[in-house]
Structure formats: C-alpha cells, structure tokens
Design a protein around this ligand. Structure first.
Ligand SMILES: Nc1ncnc2c1ncn2[C@@H]1O[C@H](COP(=O)(O)OP(=O)(O)OP(=O)(O)O)[C@@H](O)[C@H]1O
Length: 253
C-alpha cells in the first residue's frame, strides 16, 4: 500500500444555509493510491469534490504535495495538479478525442493569447501531454475519432483522460462509471489502477459498490456530511453499520 501522502483535507466544512453538507471531513490520499468515497444520495460526496476543487466555499484545509490550496480559485488548484471530473461530463461531440483533451491543456486568458501571438508561453509539450494521457488509458488508436464513434465505456475513459492532462497529480472522479454495465465497469476499474500506477492519487466516488470495493485501496464512508468510518475495502464490506446503511443486502450476500 502506498504511504507517501499526496493529498489531504483537514476539517473541511461546507454549509448550504442550514444544511451542513460537509462536516469536518479529514481525508488523505497517497501517490499511487485509489481512495473511495461512498455514501447514500445527499451524503455530501459531490459537495466534497466541489469544495476541494474550489467550486464551493468551505472552511478547513486542502493541501496537495504539502502546498495549501484552500482559498485559491479553481484554476489555481487545477494548475497545481488537482483535477476533477463532473457528473455530467459530456465530451464535445464535434471535436476529436485528441481535441477534447487539447481543450483542457490550453488555458484561456490574455497570457495565453499573447503567447499564441508571440510564440511564447505555450503549454509545455501540450501534444505530448495529450498523447501520454491517451496512451495510459489505451486510447491512442481513438485519438482521431469523434466521441460518438466510441463505446460508452471508451467515452467515459476519454472524460478521465481529459482530467489527466495539464500536470495532474491528484484526480477527483465523481461517478465516472455511471451507465456502464458490469463488464465495462470492471474494465474501467482496471484502467483506474493503471492511472494510479503511474504515481497519481485518485479519489473515486461511485454508486457501483463492486467497482469501488474491488479497485480502491481504502474507502471512506460519508453520512450526513461526516465521515463515519474509513478503511480497507474488506473491512468496509464487512462493517455491519455500513452494510445496513449504504451497501444493502446485495453486497452482503
Ligand atoms: N448548491 C447547493 N445549495 C444548497 N444545498 C445543496 C447544494 N448542493 C448540495 N446541497 C445539499 O447538500 C447535501 C449534500 O449533497 P451532495 O450533492 O453533495 O450529496 P451526494 O452525496 O453527492 O449525493 P448524490 O450521491 O446523490 O450525488 C444535500 O442535502 C444537498 O441537498
């Protein structure tokens, strides 16, 4: 099990009016580790990703490779290496797979515009970055194809690949396997392991318990915004309180 800590939150707290959506959440991930975050609908999982990536206001600390990111705007957190996917992470239908990734590498703004004009300050080796991300996920042959020509499983992987470009070191995946069948989901899990094996930290939120329990090194369980337990999948799978609250009898059998 990887031990060098890459990513950590401490006492992360989010309030939406009277709703305590995240309550003192402390979560860590190491380089090469896949960490799961599970909980019933409305438990606060997406809120956690929104808070960590800077898209919702929060109290508490977020750090990546020892650098504090809380208080930073989303683009700075992204530039620091923290990347996320969105539940409705549609691809651009009229762009090729490679172009879908290039869009994520290319940062808009006046600096980039000046860089384009004067030939300076281009993203370092953007094409190589896209190529590497596609290769890690076995999508090199799909680079020139349109998303509509791919299977749903491949499209999901392109969404993940898009979050890999741009110097990502910590990947936050919010229900990336939604809609996949059992076989596609298992293959998807294998690809996540390949990503982690390159040294990235991965946070996986998904309602597919088979995927989460099979692929994660550790799993956090959230209830009403708070982490109620965490540990290796074998322990989470057998925890009666977790089974009763979230996993249901299907997994218990
Ligand atoms: N923008 C918002 N404004 C107000 N309340 C919100 C907002 N976003 C989420 N909430 C509330 O915060 C709580 C946590 O919601 P969140 O979407 O984070 O849960 P979740 O675990 O991701 O659920 P799901 O599994 O259904 O995606 C819920 O009570 C939800 O209604």
């Amino acid at each position: 099990m990887p031990t060098d800590e890459l990513f950590a939150t401490h006492a992360l707290t989010v309030r939406y009016g009277g709703v305590l959506a995240n309550d003192d959440v402390c979560l860590t991930a190491a380089c090469g580790e896949i960490v799961g975050l599970i909980g019933s609908n409305g438990a606060g999982k997406t809120t956690f990703v929104d808070a960590v990536s800077g898209f919702t206001r929060s109290d508490g600390a977020v750090s990546l490779a020892g650098r504090r990111l809380d208080g930073e705007p989303p683009h700075r957190r992204r530039a620091a290496g923290l990347a996320r996917t969105w539940q409705a992470g549609e691809l651009f239908a009229d762009l090729t797979v490679a172009q879908n990734l290039s869009v994520a590498v290319h940062r808009p703004g006046w600096r980039t515009a000046l860089g384009d004009v004067f030939g300076a300050r281009r993203p370092p080796d953007a094409a190589g970055d896209v190529e590497r991300a596609l290769a890690v996920l076995g999508l090199a042959d799909a680079a020139g194809r349109l998303p509509g020509e791919l299977t749903l499983g491949q499209q999901k992987l392109v969404g993940v690949a898009r979050a890999l470009v741009g110097g990502t070191t910590m990947l936050l995946l919010d229900e990336p396997a939604a809609g996949l069948d059992t076989r596609e989901s298992a293959e998807f899990g294998g690809e996540l392991r390949r990503i982690a094996d390159t040294g990235l930290g991965v946070l996986l939120i998904d309602h597919d318990m088979t995927l989460v329990l099979d692929v994660c090194d550790r799993v956090y369980v959230m209830d009403f915004g708070a982490v109620i337990t965490s540990g290796p999948p074998e322990r989470i799978r057998d925890d009666p309180a977790v089974l009763a609250a979230y996993l249901g009898s299907a997994v218990a059998q």
